[in-house]
Ligand binder design. Sequence first.
Ligand code: TYD
Length: 228
Amino acid sequence: MPSPALDQDLADRLRGKFLVFDGPDGSGKSTQLNRFIEAAEAADLTVCEVREPGGTHIGEEIRKVLLDAKHEQSHPMDLRCEMLLFMASRAQLIAQRVEPAIKRGELVIADRFISSTLAYQGSAGGLPIPDILAVGRVALGKYWPNLVVVFDVDAQTAQLRMNPLLRGKEFDASKDRIESKGEAFHRRVRQGYLEQAQQDPHRYLVIDATREPDPIYEDLIAGISGKL
Ligand code: TYD
Protein backbone atom coordinates (compact mmCIF):
# COMPACT_ATOMS: atom_id res chain seq x y z
CA MET A 1 0.00 0.00 0.00
CA PRO A 2 1.32 3.50 -0.76
CA SER A 3 2.87 5.39 2.14
CA PRO A 4 1.98 9.07 2.37
CA ALA A 5 5.00 11.37 2.61
CA LEU A 6 5.69 12.79 6.05
CA ASP A 7 4.76 16.42 6.48
CA GLN A 8 7.67 18.79 6.10
CA ASP A 9 7.68 19.91 9.72
CA LEU A 10 8.06 16.35 10.98
CA ALA A 11 10.68 15.56 8.34
CA ASP A 12 12.73 18.57 9.49
CA ARG A 13 12.52 17.44 13.10
CA LEU A 14 13.73 13.96 12.16
CA ARG A 15 17.03 15.08 10.64
CA GLY A 16 20.01 13.84 12.66
CA LYS A 17 17.75 11.85 15.00
CA PHE A 18 18.06 8.25 16.09
CA LEU A 19 14.88 6.12 16.25
CA VAL A 20 14.56 2.50 17.34
CA PHE A 21 11.73 0.18 16.27
CA ASP A 22 11.44 -2.66 18.72
CA GLY A 23 9.06 -5.24 20.13
CA PRO A 24 8.57 -8.95 20.68
CA ASP A 25 9.18 -11.44 17.87
CA GLY A 26 6.10 -11.38 15.63
CA SER A 27 5.10 -7.83 16.54
CA GLY A 28 5.02 -6.74 12.89
CA LYS A 29 7.63 -4.01 13.47
CA SER A 30 9.47 -4.73 10.24
CA THR A 31 6.39 -4.01 8.12
CA GLN A 32 5.96 -0.66 9.85
CA LEU A 33 9.65 0.09 9.64
CA ASN A 34 9.69 -0.42 5.87
CA ARG A 35 6.66 1.76 5.42
CA PHE A 36 8.04 4.52 7.62
CA ILE A 37 11.38 4.51 5.79
CA GLU A 38 9.61 4.79 2.45
CA ALA A 39 7.67 7.79 3.72
CA ALA A 40 10.79 9.41 5.20
CA GLU A 41 12.68 9.02 1.94
CA ALA A 42 9.74 10.44 0.01
CA ALA A 43 10.07 13.51 2.25
CA ASP A 44 13.73 13.82 1.12
CA LEU A 45 15.30 12.49 4.30
CA THR A 46 18.40 10.37 3.99
CA VAL A 47 17.77 7.30 6.10
CA CYS A 48 20.43 5.07 7.60
CA GLU A 49 18.68 1.79 8.39
CA VAL A 50 20.44 -0.70 10.65
CA ARG A 51 19.39 -4.03 12.07
CA GLU A 52 20.45 -5.83 15.20
CA PRO A 53 22.18 -8.08 15.81
CA GLY A 54 24.26 -7.38 12.71
CA GLY A 55 24.43 -4.38 10.42
CA THR A 56 28.20 -4.56 9.94
CA HIS A 57 30.49 -7.33 8.70
CA ILE A 58 31.66 -8.05 12.25
CA GLY A 59 28.11 -7.75 13.57
CA GLU A 60 26.83 -10.29 11.03
CA GLU A 61 29.52 -12.73 12.16
CA ILE A 62 28.45 -12.21 15.78
CA ARG A 63 24.82 -12.66 14.69
CA LYS A 64 25.56 -16.13 13.34
CA VAL A 65 27.00 -17.19 16.69
CA LEU A 66 24.07 -15.68 18.58
CA LEU A 67 21.21 -17.08 16.54
CA ASP A 68 22.58 -20.49 15.62
CA ALA A 69 20.10 -23.01 17.02
CA LYS A 70 22.08 -26.09 16.00
CA HIS A 71 24.55 -26.14 18.87
CA GLU A 72 22.22 -25.06 21.67
CA GLN A 73 22.06 -28.59 23.16
CA SER A 74 25.77 -29.44 23.03
CA HIS A 75 27.15 -25.95 23.71
CA PRO A 76 24.59 -23.84 25.59
CA MET A 77 25.53 -20.17 25.72
CA ASP A 78 25.99 -18.45 29.06
CA LEU A 79 23.55 -15.56 29.42
CA ARG A 80 26.28 -13.02 30.18
CA CYS A 81 28.17 -14.14 27.09
CA GLU A 82 24.95 -13.69 25.10
CA MET A 83 24.39 -10.19 26.45
CA LEU A 84 27.99 -9.16 25.83
CA LEU A 85 27.88 -10.46 22.25
CA PHE A 86 24.75 -8.43 21.50
CA MET A 87 26.45 -5.42 23.03
CA ALA A 88 29.71 -6.04 21.14
CA SER A 89 27.82 -6.14 17.85
CA ARG A 90 26.12 -2.89 18.91
CA ALA A 91 29.40 -1.12 19.74
CA GLN A 92 30.67 -1.95 16.24
CA LEU A 93 27.41 -0.78 14.70
CA ILE A 94 27.60 2.57 16.47
CA ALA A 95 31.21 3.20 15.54
CA GLN A 96 30.83 2.12 11.93
CA ARG A 97 27.31 3.20 10.99
CA VAL A 98 25.32 5.16 13.58
CA GLU A 99 27.81 7.83 14.63
CA PRO A 100 28.87 8.76 11.06
CA ALA A 101 25.24 8.88 9.88
CA ILE A 102 24.14 11.14 12.72
CA LYS A 103 27.12 13.40 12.06
CA ARG A 104 25.96 13.68 8.43
CA GLY A 105 22.50 14.72 9.64
CA GLU A 106 20.79 11.54 8.46
CA LEU A 107 17.84 9.88 10.18
CA VAL A 108 19.05 6.66 11.79
CA ILE A 109 16.45 3.92 12.21
CA ALA A 110 17.44 0.78 14.08
CA ASP A 111 15.49 -2.47 13.94
CA ARG A 112 16.09 -3.44 17.61
CA PHE A 113 18.67 -1.93 19.94
CA ILE A 114 19.57 -1.97 23.66
CA SER A 115 15.83 -2.08 24.48
CA SER A 116 15.90 -5.64 23.05
CA THR A 117 18.74 -6.64 25.36
CA LEU A 118 16.91 -5.17 28.35
CA ALA A 119 13.76 -7.13 27.42
CA TYR A 120 15.25 -10.47 26.26
CA GLN A 121 18.42 -10.94 28.34
CA GLY A 122 17.17 -8.76 31.24
CA SER A 123 13.45 -8.99 31.98
CA ALA A 124 12.99 -12.40 30.31
CA GLY A 125 16.43 -13.94 30.72
CA GLY A 126 17.09 -12.78 34.28
CA LEU A 127 20.21 -10.60 34.02
CA PRO A 128 20.03 -7.56 36.29
CA ILE A 129 18.88 -4.46 34.39
CA PRO A 130 21.55 -2.23 36.05
CA ASP A 131 24.29 -4.59 34.76
CA ILE A 132 22.96 -4.35 31.20
CA LEU A 133 22.75 -0.57 31.46
CA ALA A 134 26.33 -0.43 32.77
CA VAL A 135 27.61 -2.42 29.77
CA GLY A 136 25.34 -0.32 27.57
CA ARG A 137 27.04 2.87 28.72
CA VAL A 138 30.36 1.44 27.53
CA ALA A 139 28.96 0.19 24.20
CA LEU A 140 26.77 3.17 23.32
CA GLY A 141 28.78 6.12 24.62
CA LYS A 142 26.63 9.13 23.83
CA TYR A 143 24.57 7.42 21.12
CA TRP A 144 21.36 6.61 22.97
CA PRO A 145 18.22 6.75 20.83
CA ASN A 146 16.00 9.82 20.82
CA LEU A 147 12.94 7.60 20.68
CA VAL A 148 12.19 3.88 21.08
CA VAL A 149 8.95 2.74 19.44
CA VAL A 150 7.65 -0.46 21.00
CA PHE A 151 5.19 -2.48 18.91
CA ASP A 152 3.23 -4.17 21.65
CA VAL A 153 1.62 -7.51 20.95
CA ASP A 154 0.49 -10.38 23.18
CA ALA A 155 2.54 -13.58 23.05
CA GLN A 156 -0.20 -15.65 21.43
CA THR A 157 -0.87 -13.25 18.55
CA ALA A 158 2.88 -12.90 18.03
CA GLN A 159 3.34 -16.65 17.93
CA LEU A 160 0.67 -17.07 15.28
CA ARG A 161 2.05 -14.21 13.22
CA MET A 162 5.49 -15.81 13.20
CA ASN A 163 4.06 -19.07 11.98
CA PRO A 164 0.34 -19.47 11.28
CA LEU A 165 0.87 -23.22 10.85
CA LEU A 166 2.08 -23.49 14.43
CA ARG A 167 -1.31 -23.69 16.12
CA GLY A 168 -0.91 -26.23 18.92
CA LYS A 169 2.62 -27.30 18.02
CA GLU A 170 5.58 -27.15 20.40
CA PHE A 171 8.63 -26.86 18.18
CA ASP A 172 9.18 -25.03 14.95
CA ALA A 173 12.44 -25.84 13.16
CA SER A 174 12.33 -22.55 11.23
CA LYS A 175 12.84 -20.52 14.40
CA ASP A 176 16.20 -19.23 15.60
CA ARG A 177 17.66 -19.97 19.04
CA ILE A 178 15.96 -17.03 20.72
CA GLU A 179 12.61 -17.28 18.95
CA SER A 180 12.40 -20.91 20.15
CA LYS A 181 12.41 -20.04 23.84
CA GLY A 182 8.75 -20.70 24.61
CA GLU A 183 5.68 -18.72 25.55
CA ALA A 184 6.51 -17.86 29.19
CA PHE A 185 9.80 -16.35 28.03
CA HIS A 186 8.05 -14.27 25.37
CA ARG A 187 5.46 -13.06 27.88
CA ARG A 188 8.30 -11.74 30.04
CA VAL A 189 9.85 -10.11 26.97
CA ARG A 190 6.64 -8.21 26.37
CA GLN A 191 6.39 -7.21 30.03
CA GLY A 192 9.99 -6.04 29.89
CA TYR A 193 9.28 -3.61 27.06
CA LEU A 194 6.25 -2.24 28.86
CA GLU A 195 8.27 -1.68 32.05
CA GLN A 196 10.98 0.16 30.14
CA ALA A 197 8.33 2.41 28.63
CA GLN A 198 6.74 3.07 32.02
CA GLN A 199 10.09 4.08 33.46
CA ASP A 200 11.08 6.35 30.61
CA PRO A 201 7.85 7.64 29.05
CA HIS A 202 9.50 10.56 27.23
CA ARG A 203 11.84 8.31 25.29
CA TYR A 204 9.39 5.45 24.64
CA LEU A 205 6.30 5.22 22.45
CA VAL A 206 4.13 2.12 22.89
CA ILE A 207 1.83 1.18 20.02
CA ASP A 208 -0.90 -1.44 20.13
CA ALA A 209 0.32 -3.72 17.34
CA THR A 210 -2.42 -6.33 17.53
CA ARG A 211 -4.42 -4.35 14.94
CA GLU A 212 -4.29 -4.07 11.15
CA PRO A 213 -1.27 -2.31 9.60
CA ASP A 214 -3.09 0.94 8.64
CA PRO A 215 -4.25 2.07 12.11
CA ILE A 216 -0.88 1.03 13.55
CA TYR A 217 0.89 3.21 11.00
CA GLU A 218 -1.39 6.17 11.76
CA ASP A 219 -0.59 5.87 15.47
CA LEU A 220 3.08 5.57 14.64
CA ILE A 221 3.19 8.87 12.76
CA ALA A 222 1.06 10.70 15.33
CA GLY A 223 3.13 9.27 18.18
CA ILE A 224 6.50 10.13 16.67
CA SER A 225 5.29 13.61 15.85
CA GLY A 226 4.05 14.10 19.42
CA LYS A 227 7.22 12.80 21.09
CA LEU A 228 9.97 14.43 19.04
P1 TYD B 1 15.87 -11.46 14.10
O1 TYD B 1 15.74 -12.57 13.14
O2 TYD B 1 16.65 -10.26 13.72
O3 TYD B 1 14.45 -11.09 14.66
P2 TYD B 1 13.50 -9.93 14.30
O4 TYD B 1 13.26 -10.02 12.83
O5 TYD B 1 12.31 -10.26 15.15
O6 TYD B 1 14.17 -8.65 14.72
O7 TYD B 1 16.45 -12.11 15.41
C1 TYD B 1 16.83 -11.38 16.46
C2 TYD B 1 16.53 -12.20 17.71
O8 TYD B 1 17.46 -11.83 18.73
C3 TYD B 1 15.15 -11.90 18.25
O9 TYD B 1 14.57 -13.08 18.75
C4 TYD B 1 15.43 -10.96 19.40
C5 TYD B 1 16.78 -11.37 19.87
N1 TYD B 1 17.58 -10.29 20.48
C6 TYD B 1 17.96 -10.42 21.81
O10 TYD B 1 17.63 -11.42 22.47
N2 TYD B 1 18.72 -9.44 22.37
C7 TYD B 1 19.14 -8.34 21.68
O11 TYD B 1 19.84 -7.46 22.21
C8 TYD B 1 18.74 -8.23 20.29
C9 TYD B 1 19.18 -7.06 19.47
C10 TYD B 1 17.97 -9.23 19.74
